[in-house]
Design a protein around this ligand. Structure first.
Ligand code: 5AD
Ligand code: FES
Length: 349
């Protein structure tokens, strides 16, 4: 059995196996990994690609993560937030374009109190009852997550960023903690959210052992979604001189995630598409099954720069929608009009 096959049947990986898969330059080994991951994805999700319309609702953030372009201490950007009506307008446009999941993502902006955010979630559910709502609004209290869930939120994305305490401390100021991050993720899970975790590939100081710890943490959490993308430096952050993460390593990790978590929703992220012009296509060919095109108003897109050179900041939502469908058809996949919930073993023949 090849290494990839072993991982595929056991859903387990050892540190030496991970090291070998990430460090090898044997094209045969890499292609075998890719093929097994792609086959696994196709067994469960066929050639369907699920879409999520990403609405970047605010670039105002109380945190100061060292890697992030919208960190509080960055004064070189215009801060904005979208209000209820603007968000609903984005959803309207997105619904017409065939999106059935809306992801509301933003910094930790105090404007979005539970009352305000619940009202927004309520209104989206009222106007678009056939759609799933995903929130990606950072760390909040159990009580807050509970209210938002009651208001109709279905899913929550909160990348853990790194599962190693010490590494977490090198990426974040001491006001943030990995234990609180993990607590949020387990709270979200217990409240019945479909939870998304994830990490950056090649974030400063990351070791292969750190990545192994990420995989172990994910095996413990068992999230429905796992978002990963290469770290890309932003010129107005403390990490401005740090090297970018490798898109190649990111692809191998997507493949490994697919073998470890056959049913997971795995996006080919915008960061991957930024690091490599064909990154999103490759992400799918390495076992990904989700794309998250931007639905934010064009007027604010350039203000939601988490990293330098982010793609699609000049394009209309409709352009991205058409562009991505074409890109997927080119590689034999189809974007589908569906909420795109994760499949379960009993749904697979
Ligand atoms: N490069 C790549 N990804 C980044 N993110 C934030 N800053 C960067 C960066 N410089 C990712 C984080 C966050 C998600 C919304 O974007 O992982 O959770
Ligand atoms: Fe935005 Fe291609 S996805 S232009």
């Amino acid at each position: 059995m090849s290494l990839a096959e072993e991982i595929r049947v056991s859903h387990k990986i050892t540190l030496p196996q991970l090291t070998q898969l990430l460090e090898t330059d044997d094209k045969v080994v890499i292609e075998d990994l890719r093929q097994h991951a792609q086959a696994q994805a196709q067994t469960i999700y066929g050639h369907d690609i699920y879409l999520r319309g990403l609405i970047e609702i605010s670039n105002i953030c109380r945190n100061n993560c060292y890697y992030c372009g919208i960190r509080k201490d960055n004064r070189n950007l215009t801060r904005y937030r979208l209000y209820k009506q603007q968000i609903l307008d984005c959803c309207r446009k997105g619904h017409t374009l065939g999106f059935r999941t809306f992801v509301l993502q933003g910094g930790e902006d105090a404007y979005y109190t539970d009352d305000r955010l619940c009202d927004i979630v309520n209104c989206i559910k009222r106007d678009f009852p056939d759609c799933a709502i995903t929130l990606s609004m950072g760390e909040r209290s159990h009580e807050s997550y509970q209210q938002l869930r009651k208001a109709g939120a279905d899913r929550y994305l909160l990348r853990h960023e790194t599962a190693n305490e010490q590494h977490y401390g090198l990426l974040h100021p001491s006001t943030m903690s990995l234990s609180h991050r993990k607590q949020c993720l387990f709270d979200l899970k217990s409240l019945g959210y479909q939870v998304g975790a994830g990490f950056m590939v090649g974030s400063p100081f990351q070791t292969i052992t750190n990545l192994y710890e990420d995989l172990l943490f994910l095996q413990d959490l068992q999230p429905a979604m796992i978002g990963i993308g290469p770290f890309l430096s932003h010129h107005d952050t403390p990490f401005k001189s740090q090297p970018n993460g490798s898109s190649e390593r990111c692809l191998r990790l997507i493949a490994i995630l697919r073998l470890l978590f056959p049913y997971a929703l795995l996006p080919a992220t915008t960061a991957l598409g930024t690091a490599d012009p064909l990154g999103r296509e490759k992400g799918i060919l390495y076992g990904g099954n989700v794309l998250m095109p931007n639905l934010s108003p064009t007027s604010v897109r350039k203000q939601y720069m988490l990293y330098d050179n982010k793609i699609c900041t000049g394009d209309e939502a409709a352009e991205c929608r058409v562009c991505l469908s074409k890109r997927m058809e080119m590689i034999g996949y189809h974007t589908v009009v569906s909420r795109g919930d994760a499949k379960t073993p009993d749904e697979i023949a």
